[in-house]
Design a protein around this ligand. Sequence first.
Ligand code: ASP
Ligand code: MG
Length: 433
Amino acid sequence: MMASSGGPILVQKFGGTSLSDSARLSNCADRVAQAVGAGNRVIVVVSAMGRTTDQLVELAHSLGSDPDPRALDLLLATGELASTAMMTIALEKRGVQAVPLGGREAGIRTDQTHGRARILAIESTRLHDLMSSGVVPVVAGFQGVSPLGEVTTIGRGGSDTTAVALAAAVGAGESGGGCEIHTDVDGIHTADPRVIPKARRLSEIGSDEMLELAAVGAGVLQERAVVFARRFDVPLRVLHSQKPGPGTLVLRETSSMERNSVIGCALRRELGRVGISGLDMAIGGQAAIFMALADAGVMVDDIVQTDGDDGISLAFTVEHGELAEARDVVRSAIERLSPGDDSVGVDVEIGLAKISAVGSGMRSAIGVAGRMFEALSKAGIPILNITTSEIRISCLVPQDRGEEALEVVHDAFGLDRDPQDGPFLGLTDHDEA
Ligand code: ASP
Ligand code: MG
C-alpha cells in the first residue's frame, strides 16, 4: 500500500512498553497501517523495546564505571535503531511501504552535549521526499547527530520530544494532522488511575496544565515534548497503543476549558526535606547555599524561608535519593560561610510526599486553596508546607498519608464527575459564580 502523498501529516510515536514484544509491536504496526489507509501521510517514531535502554545503561556501567559519553550515546542509540528495523518489517508485512531511518538519516541535528543533547534543527527534505513518494519514514526517537557528525542522545524519555519536533518541522499541524503519542495508558487522567480507580480520562487538557501536572508527578508525557508542542503549536494527542479510544488532546488553553477550576491532581512520592536554621541574615547565605547545590547537580524543589529571633530558617525539598548529598553540600557551604560556627543547624526529614491540584481555571476562581486545605484537615492529614503557582496548589504531607491525600483532594474537587454535567459546586469561574 502506498501512503497518500497529499493528506494530513500525522506523526505517530510508539513508546517502549508498547513495543515490548512482537504481539504489541504488531498491534502498533496495525495502527500505522490504519492511519495510512485513512489517507494520512504518516511518519512513525519509535522508542527502544521495553527496558532496552535501562539494560544498555547497566551494561555500559558494568564495563566501566564512567563510560565515555560518545560511546554511551552510540550504544544507547542502538535500542531505537533496532525498533525502526522491526517496525519497518512489520509494516512491509502489512503492505505499507516504509523506510527505517536513524536520527542522522532523518536529519535531526543536535548540539554536542552527549546524553542530553538539544535539537538544533531538523533537515526535513528526506522526510518530505519519502512522504511524497508514498513511503512511511520510520524514525528512531531519542537521537540525533552532532555538528561533528557523532551520534547523540537527547535525554531519557526523549522520543516524545523527537516526535513533537518532527511534527513541528514538517508542518504536521498546518497540514491538518499532528502528533500522536501511543503509550501504555489511555490518556491523561484526573489522577493516576492505578491509585484512584474512579479517576476520569480527560478528553482535553491545556498545555500549561499538562506541564504543571508533569512537573508534580504525572509521568505520562515528557515535559520537553509538551514545551515543544506549545511553542510550535503542534496538536498533541495521548492514546493507548493497544486499546482503541479517543485519548486526551493537549491543547493551548481555550476558554471552554476553564469551566472547572481544578482539572487534575497528582502525587509525588519519595521526597525529603532539608532544614537550615539560625542563618545570619547579614551574610546572605542563600546564594552560597543554592549555588553549591546547583554545582553539585542537586535538583531542589520548593524553597521556604522564615524569619525568627535567632536568624532566618530555610527549608527545601529534594528527592530521597539526593537527600544525603544535599545535606552534605549545605553543611560544607555553611562551613565555608562561617567557619567553626555551630549556631547554624542543618537537619533532614524523610518520608514526605507532595499532593498537588492543578487547573488553569484557578486563575479566576475563589476558594480553591481553602477547599483543598479543608479537605485535608477534615481527613486529619497534616499539611507540612504549602506552595503555589498561578495554576497549582501543592501541599507537603507525610508519605504514608499520600495516597489518601490524593483521594481526598480528588473528591474535594469532584474530579470523578464529568464537567459536561455542569460545574462542580461553587468552584466555577469567578464571574460565572
Ligand atoms: N529509550 C529512551 C529511554 O528509555 C528514550 C524513550 O523511550 O523515549 O529513555
Ligand atoms: Mg517513554
